[in-house]
Design a protein around this ligand. Structure first.
Ligand code: C5P
Length: 142
């Protein structure tokens, strides 16, 4: 007898790390995805995919240097919450870290714009589906 398996299993899994950078006034940094990328125009927490062999923290430190030209110390990354979503036929696991201290001033290297927003303002932004469920969790944390 064979079991019925509802839906199709995802073809691949993708782990993405992102940071909620919090400034002294409790505002958060979001960046706008540029033209030519999937979900162009949406506002996201900066971050990206893990490369082979990287820990999530190593990947996030690399991504923040590449995307914002800032240096973050490993000890300043606090795991906060995560979201699980489908991206087409891929399973996406998004790990969000809170970071309150970094070296340098964030400058967009790839994004079309950066914005510092209060947590409550995140509800009014168009964000990727994986980032949306993290808003409520972040509001409770910050
Ligand atoms: O930025 P990058 O293209 O490396 O991100 C990989 C994927 O992770 C994107 O396709 C995007 O859908 C997703 N992502 C996300 N939320 C973020 C960062 C990336 O959903 N904050």
């Amino acid at each position: 007898m064979s079991a019925l398996i509802p839906g199709k299993p995802p073809k691949t899994s993708l782990v993405v790390v992102a940071a909620a950078l919090v400034d002294r006034d409790g505002r958060l940094l979001v960046q706008q995805r540029p033209e030519g990328l999937a979900m162009a125009g949406l506002w996201e927490f900066p971050g990206g995919k893990l490369e082979p062999g990287e820990t999530p923290e190593q990947a996030l430190i690399r991504e923040l240097a590449e995307e914002l030209a800032i240096d973050v110390d490993h000890a300043c990354l606090a795991p906060a919450c995560f979201a699980s979503d489908m991206l087409g036929d891929r399973h996406l696991l998004l790990l969000l870290y809170v970071c309150r201290k970094w070296h340098g001033t964030p400058v967009a290297q790839h994004a079309s714009a950066l914005r510092w927003v209060r947590p409550v303002e995140l509800h009014g932004l168009d964000m990727p589906p994986a980032d949306k469920p993290l808003i409520g969790l972040l509001e409770a944390l910050i």
